[in-house]
Design a binder for this molecule. Structure first.
Ligand code: ATP
Ligand code: MG
Length: 567
């Protein structure tokens, strides 16, 4: 391909809202163009990269035996009413009416559509398992679309759905998908980590996420320094933090004037904050109601909101404002576990179960309680804490630490949630009707375009990996007006092309060398061959984009040298 013939509008201008390198460089290098909030067009280079990633995903999915299909981007809302998600998906589900006043949605995911495709078509266990996938546009009306392709509203996802006659067979496919995904990210040249994950609104039991490791990642991943354990902080667990058990003492109310925080109270009472309880008051949002809920964790711990939501089946947690807290009969800063208003939902972290001699608020301004014994109370316990760095691994003696990741894929063991809700059954070997056991598997194809750059860039621009680069080699003719340089460029271009190398020839007549070079650095092709001042002596220059190292190479050796590098 000739640079002069390809629409590559590079620019020095960075969009105001672009904070991440991938967002800045993909726009500046002419890969993508924004048309609306979270909506991007792919220009020629962007389209090439997107298609390359898509091709790797497709090849690996096909190798795993999955079948490619395509669902309508638009689905009737009635399917979503059948599954119950019309009401649980909230505002991310973009709904609209057609001219006949019928309700539709833009597909954010396709569990409903695939169940509708399979039910009454697969009727016997003999026709199972099957795994159907597509690589197609999704729309989620994200509250905060941002970071360019990383969190769009319209984006490209590979979504796959498998159907099984047993839970064991689902686990087999789930493991196969894990291997398939690892092949995808490895082939794309990415450093990644597979971690245990929260299953979120989609439901079901086991789930794993695939994170591309990058400092800019939105997700906090907890990893062990001595074993394979890894989990999204939303799902991470630890060995319980244990300290010496204290003697049981009588319950006592003590004045703690103006002492509200855990630090203030434990300093004032000269106790270890480990033996105190922290009340986190939140407004829980459910499908069609909301309420004030109190979560109790150890004074030294923090609440993990996803775990907290799961514990009470809420969709999300909002801040509880002072007025809300007062109206609920609670006393901010002095909230404790004893003598709470009867109607309030209370959940206690499971590491506190069995503890005695604790300090907590007295539900009265300026007072706390000492000697609180949880054994004497009837309470609901759940895992609520955010694992902290330095905590002990749940699997070995190692220490846990944080790293940042970009969620590039997520696989779920769904079970029968959707098949039951939508009445999708098969006949088992005894002729009995059973709901399909399902799995679902997503890869963020367009997010991967950005993730490659988050992991591989420098201050000058993108550095594409070999599987994702729009072209492998950029032949830069320093001065295209000079006939000998132009001819040498054409010659190397033809030879590389004939050898099957994806090569682009920067033949722009009116672009200066410095401009061509900075475009090369910004766009991030893996190699450049510069035809310039030493051509007369029979040399060209090979530039490695990653290291920016330059090597003079004899012109007759450049093609074999490049072929060696690309092997
Ligand atoms: P996130 O937690 O980042 O919102 P999710 O859990 O909602 O993602 P899934 O429903 O598991 O995402 O979707 C599968 C994959 O699709 C994700 O792993 C991610 O790579 C990609 N993806 C999800 N939302 C977006 C988005 N708004 N823009 C781009 N890619 C996305
Ligand atoms: Mg997810």
């Amino acid at each position: 391909m000739k640079f002069s013939k390809l629409f590559i509008p590079t620019t020095k201008e960075t969009p105001n809202d672009a904070t991440l390198p991938s967002h800045q460089f993909l726009i500046r290098a002419g890969f993508i163009s924004q048309t609306g909030a979270g909506i991007y067009d792919y220009m020629p280079l962007g389209k090439i990269v997107l298609d390359k990633i898509r091709a790797v995903v497709k090849e690996e999915m096909d190798n795993s035996g999955a079948n490619e299909v395509q669902f309508g981007f638009v689905t009737p809302l009635s399917l979503w009413e059948e599954s119950g998600r019309a009401s649980t998906m909230g505002n991310e589900l973009l709904r609209f009416k057609d001219r006949k006043n019928s309700d539709y949605v833009l597909s954010p995911t396709n569990e409903e559509a695939v169940v509708n495709m399979v039910r009454n078509r697969i009727t016997s266990y003999k026709d199972l398992p099957v795994n159907l996938y597509q690589i197609y546009t999704k729309f989620r009306d994200e509250a905060r679309p941002r970071f360019g392709l990383m969190r769009g509203r319209e984006f490209l996802m590979k979504d796959a759905y498998s159907f099984h006659s047993s839970a064991e067979d689902l686990v087999r496919e789930f493991n196969l998908m894990e291997e398939t995904y690892k092949n995808v990210y490895t082939r794309l040249g990415l450093k990644f980590r597979v971690v245990a994950a929260d299953s979120g609104a989609i439901g079901g039991s086991g789930s794993k996420e695939f994170h591309v490791l990058a400092d800019s990642g939105e997700d906090t991943i907890v990893v062990c320094d001595s074993c394979d354990y890894g989990a999204n902080i939303e799902a991470a667990t630890r060995k319980a933090v244990k300290k010496e058990k204290l003697e049981t003492i009588a319950l006592e109310k003590i004045e703690t004037p103006n002492k509200k925080t855990i630090d203030e109270v434990s300093n004032f009472l000269k106790i270890d904050a480990h033996y105190s309880m922290k009340a986190v008051i939140k407004r829980a949002i459910y499908e069609n109601k909301n309420e004030i809920v109190i979560f109790f964790v150890r004074g030294t711990d923090e609440l993990e909101e996803t775990k907290a939501c799961n514990a009470i089946g809420a969709l999300e947690l909002d801040e509880a404002f002072e007025d809300d807290i007062k109206a609920a009969g609670l006393c901010a800063g002095y909230c404790g576990i004893i003598d709470l208003p009867k109607n309030i939902k209370v959940i206690v972290d499971k590491e506190l179960e069995g503890e005695n001699n604790l300090v907590c608020g007295a539900n009265e301004e300026n007072y706390h309680l000492k000697g609180v014994d949880l054994n004497s109370l009837e309470l609901t316990y759940a895992d609520l804490v955010a694992v902290q760095e330095g905590d002990n691994c749940p699997c070995c003696d190692g220490k846990l630490s944080y790293t940042k990741g970009i969620e590039a894929g997520h696989i779920f063991q769904l079970g029968t949630k959707y098949s039951k809700a939508m009445n999708a059954n098969f006949l088992d070997s005894n002729g009995k009707a059973q709901p399909f056991v399902m799995g679902c598997y997503g890869i963020g194809v367009s997010r991967l375009v950005a993730a490659v750059i988050e992991q591989n860039h420098d201050e000058k621009g993108c550095i594409w990996t070999k599987e994702t680069a729009p072209f492998m080699v950029d032949i830069i003719v320093s001065n295209s007006k000079k006939e000998d340089e132009a001819l040498a460029g054409d010659q190397i271009y033809s030879e590389l092309k004939a050898a099957g190398v994806e090569v682009i020839l920067d033949d722009r007549i009116n672009a200066r060398f410095g401009f061509k070079m900075s475009d090369f650095e910004l766009i991030g092709f893996p190699y450049a061959i510069v035809i310039g001042k030493r051509l007369a002596e029979g040399f060209v220059e090979l530039v490695d984009r990653k290291t920016l190292e330059k090597t003079d190479i004899k012109i007759e050796e450049i093609v074999p040298e490049v072929l060696k590098l690309l092997k």
